[in-house]
Design a protein around this ligand. Sequence first.
Ligand code: ADP
Ligand code: MG
Length: 255
Amino acid sequence: MTAKIIALLNQKGGVGKTTTAINLSDTLAKQGFRVLGIDLDPQGNFSKVVSGGEVRFEKNVLQLFQKDNNVDISQLITLSPHSDDFFYIPTDIRLSRVIESGLTLSFRELRLSKHLNSVKADFDFIILDCPPNLSLTTTNAIVAADLFLMPVNSGVFALDGLEDLLDALQEVSQGQELHYYVFRNEVAAVNKKINNAIDEDLLEIASQRVLRTTIRRSEDIGQASFMYLPLSQYKNGSVAINDYRALVKEITSLL
Ligand SMILES: Nc1ncnc2c1ncn2[C@@H]1O[C@H](COP(=O)(O)OP(=O)(O)O)[C@@H](O)[C@H]1O
Ligand SMILES: [Mg+2]
């Protein structure tokens, strides 16, 4: 086998990249897929949840971006306490300084991709949680990934910046065919009018690239992360779990 690499991407913060990365990874692992989740955001929120509440990590993705560090990526992988098939490489705030010093590295955009080549055979899916900007770790994720998933939330400014993001993606990928999909996160059932307006605009910007699956707004989803748990572990009967299952189903049908 060789892993499919999926990046959660959007230069806007707070749209659901990390939450989706956590629950998508967890859902895949619970279905028996071997999953490696990698935290590329110095905020480290993905790491905190998948580790069950740790905040500082010695085995750290930052080692992949350090000058003169020849670490073997397999040495950085840890098993999540939440699932037998869910592994991760965490990070913390110290990554931000490493990114800045790494801007002078040669072939800097290729680092992650090269490292992943040596572990791709060990996993079915590699999930990359990106920071809310287009910094060095995001460009590394763009080079490495086979599929891009872009959550948009349901606020008034939901789609601002989406066109820029698609442009940036095009630029970094240098003309290669791109497999990107936009999906709606935090969809509230109450306001049909707003939902329809966002759907229409989204179709205009991303046409064929909008997933059928949407993730509902659910108190359980937020609460779970707050308790450093994936949703399935926090509340096994939560209806929102179905949304992540639907997401898995749709994504696997696309690959
Ligand atoms: N579907 C959802 N329902 C309820 N809250 C959500 C949902 N998705 C995300 N959130 C909450 O929104 C906030 C931002 O989500 P997060 O995944 O951290 O965004 P990003 O990684 O894009 O910055 C978090 O507090 C998270 O718990
Ligand atoms: Mg995040």
